[in-house]
Design a protein around this ligand. Structure first.
Ligand code: FES
Length: 309
């Protein structure tokens, strides 16, 4: 991590160009009144871009005044974030990843090239073309080792390819961004063995899945429609054939009670003739008695017969 100090040599003043001033006003207008300080990072970034990619003290003070912020608060932001350069950088500012994956893949050799061609970190070459800084992981670990030069990544570096890259930049020749070993993005370096099935790319796999979901949706829609139709049919049937509340036609009905009151109400004798005949028949009367009483009665009858005999 570099020491975050303002440069010893500072310009007298700083002001946005008319275009950048108009742009800054649009950024400030994005925030509610009294919250204009929220625009501090975009404004500092634009000031850095305008000032050869480093932030002088005058630019920090200018942004603080524009946002009505104490200078110390803007200085805190500028010195906290390493994306803000506090001293001059070369026309090609190299940020070299020194985190573990890049170290394991040869970042030390890239550092050695920087030191031999440019010098120590934060040193600008005499022609103003190059400076470099070691930074933490830049998120391109699959293509380690790598550097960021200005806004572009250069990956899969070797000392030879990195030297050639610097030669081309110094000479103003076009350079290839991204991997420097010929591979595409972060695909495997040698034979590509994954994601090779053509069906992945002709739409058939996606189409099969899509068809399956469409069929499931159609089945669910049909089931819902069938249920709705059945419910409607039941409701129509119930409206056309209302069932009596009592007794339930579906339950077996009990025979109406044949009580004397009912018989009188119906204009009949209070006791049914059959009941009357049954009452008059002694044998029938005996047979209607409980079993124990029947035995007693038979016993009585037997005694009386014997006495007769
Ligand atoms: S470790 Fe170098 S890019 Fe992640």
């Amino acid at each position: 991590m570099s020491v975050r100090r303002l440069a010893a040599q500072q310009p007298e003043s700083f002001a946005f160009s008319p275009e950048n001033l108009a742009w800054a006003q649009t950024q400030i207008a994005k925030f509610p009144a009294g919250r204009q300080a929220s625009a501090v990072i975009p404004l500092l970034w634009r000031a850095q871009e305008q000032h050869d990619y480093w932030l002088p003290r005058a630019a920090i003070e200018y942004v603080a005044k524009m946002l009505d912020m104490p200078v110390i608060r803007v200085l805190e932001v500028a010195t906290f974030y390493t994306m803000f350069n506090l001293s001059p950088v070369g026309r090609y500012f190299i940020q070299l990843c020194g985190t573990t994956p890049c170290r394991l893949r040869g970042a030390d050799d890239i550092v050695a090239v920087c030191k031999s061609r440019i010098g120590e970190q934060s040193t600008v070459t005499a022609d103003g073309m190059f400076s470099w800084l070691e930074v933490e992981c830049l998120g391109a670990c699959c293509n380690a080792p790598m550097v960021q030069i200005n806004n572009d990544y250069y990956e899969d570096l070797t000392p030879e390819s990195f030297n050639k890259l610097l030669d081309d930049l110094a000479a103003g020749r076009p350079v290839q961004k991204g991997p420097q070993n010929g591979r595409h993005a972060s695909e495997p370096e040698s034979a590509v063995k994954t994601l090779q099935d053509p069906a992945l790319y002709d739409g058939s796999v996606v189409g099969a899945w899509k068809k399956r979901f469409e069929e499931e949706e159609a089945r669910a829609r049909q089931a819902a429609a069938d249920k709705e139709a059945a419910d409607r049919a039941l409701a129509a049937q119930a409206a056309a054939e209302p069932r009596p509340g009592k007794p339930d036609a579906t339950r077996p009905q009990q025979a109406a009670a044949d009580t004397p009151a009912d018989r009188v109400a119906a204009g009949k004798a209070p006791v049914a003739p059959t009941e009357r005949a049954k009452a008059a028949d002694p044998a029938k009367k005996l047979s209607d008695k409980p079993t124990s009483k029947l035995k007693d009665a038979k016993a009585e009858t037997g005694k009386s017969d014997e006495s007769k005999g």
